[in-house]
Design a protein around this ligand. Structure first.
Ligand SMILES: *[C@@H]1O[C@H](CO)[C@@H](O)[C@H](O)[C@H]1NC(C)=O
Ligand SMILES: *[C@@H]1O[C@H](CO)[C@@H](O)[C@H](O)[C@H]1NC(C)=O
Length: 494
């Protein structure tokens, strides 16, 4: 019982590890202190930036973060708890999307999904101001859960939501008037914020019986403050005539028809569900079920196989790619991704991202373990990025994305005078990906005519230049790509 009781916390809570000593990097031009990401490469990687949203027992860097593969910070967003920070396509344009809000100790959250264009302007804010019940009974502005924020090809957003409902739990050892969490998903039109579809697991209790949940009730659960988390829905994607969802607490993906009917269950447990699975396809406590290449006969499925909770160790965590044969109802393993030099047991969260069909590279975000790994087409690890101490810092998911952005804000400068006619100047442009050098200008007044002084190559997030023989008190910098100006700082006095 004790084991199962603890398992109820499994979803998001990090095990209590003392405040970490992980190194952070500070800057002169910005108040950021992001974790010093440590990147090791053992092979050729695909292009892209690393997108993470760290949080946990750390003093700094709880924000949406982008790094390049040399470990340089590229972007730090506002200080807030985020999830699913990544690039997606909306109306055929690249946009940045992320969830931000409050994470509950129970393993879900209440928040909103932010959509930014390639200047970091917020173009859409998606909310779910519906009629939900929370553990403390207090209303929230928006009830979108942290687990999913997936843009569809029809420019809608798929999100998950957790609702507290009173339900008879005598079948699993509880009371007739106990409380549990319903697992819901919503499809929301991004342009209008209107709900176009909604589905509730509790409405389909005949097909997904609560007795089949792997999550034990435990002595302390069953109240409104601590409802039983029967399903733990953690991903939704369009599939065929409906949706495929991942229910972590059933070790399964379910195909939900548009009319609400549960069409089939793909279970990671042998002899459960509607498919016969091979030995490699065994999975448990999974996240992030994705589908590719759907036909009448079959499809491919990928997922992050945690195989662990804080209290239940089943196996090493792996990334799985499976072939689902709908005709013969058989599942065979295509890929089983694991770094044999660095075997990970991720007790919660995590993601599987196929970078491209051409390269077949995959990035796994290890959730409760503060690491991302890239694997090549031969399933070999080619890159590991560590951004915090294990089990002390998590990123719900972790991605590698190609991204081009020119921020709407100005570049920032900081100047330290080193002598009457010399200074050290620092410059940065948070989020800018396109500039490769800085041009420095001086002027004799704030509104004076700027005179070119020098240019200097971009060095990561913040570039430094020493200026000597200066005869004026005003400086300005221009971020450039070659000779093309992309952004100009304010005139700075020193
Ligand atoms: C949440 O549960 C409450 C209590 O059962 C119910 O009244 C409410 O309609 C539910 N909300 C949604 C969005 O289903
Ligand atoms: C939903 O559609 C499927 C596929 O056509 C069908 O098998 C199922 O019976 C339908 N369910 C309802 C409730 O109409």
């Amino acid at each position: 019982m004790a084991r199962r009781f603890l398992a109820a916390f499994s979803a998001l809570l990090l095990t209590q590890v003392a405040a970490d000593n992980f190194p952070f990097t500070g800057y002169r031009t910005a108040p950021y202190l992001p974790p010093q990401i440590k990147i090791t490469k053992s092979g050729k990687t695909d292009p892209g930036y690393l997108f993470i949203g760290p949080r946990g027992n750390q003093a700094h860097g709880t924000a949406a973060l982008i790094y390049d593969e040399d470990g340089n910070l590229v972007y730090e967003g506002p200080e807030e708890v985020t999830a699913n920070f990544r690039v997606q396509k909306l109306y055929n344009e690249d946009v940045i999307t992320f969830w931000a809000g409050d994470m509950m100790e129970l393993g879900f959250g209440y928040g909103t999904v932010h959509i930014l264009d390639n200047t970091y302007r917020e173009i859409y804010t998606v909310t779910l101001p519906d009629n939900f019940v929370s553990p403390d009974g207090l209303p929230r502005d928006s009830y979108i859960d942290l687990h999913e924020s997936h843009i569809t090809e029809r420019n809608t957003l798929l999100v998950t939501a957790y609702n507290i409902t009173q339900h008879d739990l005598t079948a699993i050892g509880g009371n007739p008037d106990d409380y549990m969490l319903d697992g819901m998903f919503f499809e929301i039109d991004i342009a209008t914020n209107e709900i176009v579809y909604q589905w509730s697991a509790l409405d389909h209790i005949g097909s997904i019986p609560i007795e089949a949940s792997k999550q034990g009730l435990g002595a302390e659960y069953g109240t409104q403050e601590k409802p039983w988390d029967a399903y733990h829905i953690n991903s939704v994607e369009l599939m065929d005539d409906g949706y495929i969802i991942s229910l972590r607490h059933y070790w399964s993906g379910f195909y939900i028809h548009n009319n609400g009917t549960v069409m089939w269950r793909l279970s990671g447990e042998p002899n459960v569900g509607d498919f016969e699975i091979d030995d490699g396809a065994v999975f448990s406590w999974q996240h992030d079920i994705r589908v590719y290449h759907q036909t009448e006969e079959g499809l491919l499925v990928s997922l992050f196989n945690n195989a662990n909770t804080p209290t239940d160790t089943v196996d090493a965590t792996t990334g799985l790619s499976l072939n689902v044969d709908l005709v013969n109802r058989k599942v065979s393993t295509l890929r089983r991704l694991k770094d044999s030099q660095d075997v990970i047991h991720s007790v919660s969260q995590g993601s599987y991202q196929l970078l491209s069909e051409e390269s077949s590279h995959v990035v796994l975000g290890y959730g409760s373990i503060a690491r991302l790994k890239e694997f090549d087409a031969n399933n070999n690890e080619v890159m590991t990025a560590q951004f915090g101490d294990d089990n002390a810092v998590a990123s719900y998911r972790g991605f590698k994305c190609q991204w081009k952005a020119t921020p709407f804000w100005q570049p920032a400068v900081a100047i330290i005078r080193t002598a009457s006619d010399s200074a050290t100047m620092f410059m940065s442009w948070n989020g800018a990906t396109e500039y490769d050098n800085w041009a420095v200008y001086s002027a004799s007044a704030a509104d004076g005519e700027p005179t070119f002084v020098t240019s200097v190559k971009r060095e990561g997030f913040e570039t430094k230049v020493h200026l000597t023989g200066m005869r004026t008190n005003w400086l300005q910098v221009v971020a450039r790509r070659g000779n093309i100006p992309l952004g100009t700082s304010a005139m700075a006095y020193y």
